[in-house]
Every structure is written in structure tokens, then in C-alpha cells.
Design a protein around this ligand. Structure first.
Ligand code: HEC
Length: 134
């Protein structure tokens, strides 16, 4: 054994110690909230709402409709209020957002309401439900 290999042996022997030591020295993991449920199952309502908003945003519905104020079109809560006692509200909304009926813009210009053509009934119904729940 020469001097070099002695040093190497010594270093090798120390490696686990060093590792243990740096583990000790490492800052304690920032107070993991003990109560946080490990990966809470995605809440179905939340997932549905996210999908509805995504569909609305993707079709630029938010350009004319808002959650709070009236824009070119009525706000979603105003629509929900209008239909609150209508048992066929979902179907009517689906028809509205797929048929492109003529609307009059604030400028007076007439145009077809935006129609979502390429989505399944489930996705459309989910959007209608979301609007009616606003
Ligand atoms: C260019 C502006 C504009 C865009 C974009 C638009 N809307 Fe509208 N929307 C309107 C206007 C204006 C009305 C009111 C029409 C009326 O009552 O005749 C309306 C009405 C509605 C209504 C109420 C229908 C009813 O029977 O009371 C719903 C629901 C609706 N829009 C959903 C949507 C959705 C979903 C989108 C996206 C796919 C969308 N809108 C995109 C302007 C717009």
C-alpha cells in the first residue's frame, strides 16, 4: 500500500460519513404541512369547470361574455338567472351555442352568434351546465 492508495481508501471510507453528515446539515424540509392530503383525488366538479372554461376560452366566448360584467353579450350569471326556472335550460343553451342564430352587436352590426361545431354533446352539455351554475 502506498500513500496514494491509503488516501483513496480513507476517502472511500469517509464517503458514507460525508453523505450522512451533509444530510444532517441539509436544511430541514420546509415544514411539510402534515395535514395536506397526499395527492388529493381531482375534484370532479373542478375538473368539469376547468374543461368548460377551456372550451369557452378556446372559442373566444369570453370576448363577449364575462363572469361579472356585461360585455357585448350578457354575463354568464345573467344568463344563469334568466334560465334558473327553465328545466330545458341546458338544451336551449346547447342549441344556442351550436346554431349560430343572428345577434345584434352593440355597434348595430348583425352577425351570427358564435357556434361551436366540433365538440361532443358531453362537452357542450358540460359548458352549458357551467354557464348555468355561474
Ligand atoms: C361577438 C360576441 C359574442 C361571442 C364571441 C359569443 N357570444 Fe354569446 N351572446 C352574444 C350576444 C350579443 C348575446 C345575446 C343574444 C340575444 O339574446 O339575442 C349572446 C347570448 C348568449 C347566450 C344566451 C342565450 C340565450 O338564449 O339567452 C349564451 C348561453 C351564450 N351567448 C353563450 C356563448 C358561448 C358559449 C360562446 C362561445 C362559444 C359565445 N356565447 C360567444 C355575443 C357573443
Amino acid at each position: 500500500m502506498n500513500y496514494r492508495s491509503n488516501i483513496r481508501t480513507l476517502l472511500c471510507a469517509m464517503t458514507p460519513l460525508l453523505a450522512a453528515f451533509s444530510a444532517l446539515a441539509a436544511p430541514a424540509p420546509a415544514a411539510v404541512p402534515a395535514a395536506a392530503p397526499a395527492a388529493a383525488p381531482a375534484d370532479a366538479t373542478h375538473t368539469a369547470a376547468v374543461a368548460a372554461v377551456k372550451l369557452a376560452k378556446g372559442n373566444r366566448c369570453m370576448k363577449c361574455h364575462g363572469t361579472f360584467k356585461k360585455k357585448e353579450g350578457p354575463s354568464y350569471p345573467a344568463i344563469a338567472a334568466r334560465y334558473k326556472d327553465d328545466p330545458n335550460a341546458e338544451d336551449k343553451l346547447i342549441l344556442h351555442i351550436t346554431s349560430g342564430k343572428t345577434i345584434t352587436r352593440t355597434s348595430g352590426l348583425k352577425e351570427h352568434h358564435k357556434a361551436i361545431m366540433n365538440k361532443s354533446q358531453d362537452e357542450l352539455r358540460n359548458l352549458a351546465k357551467w354557464i348555468l351554475a355561474e
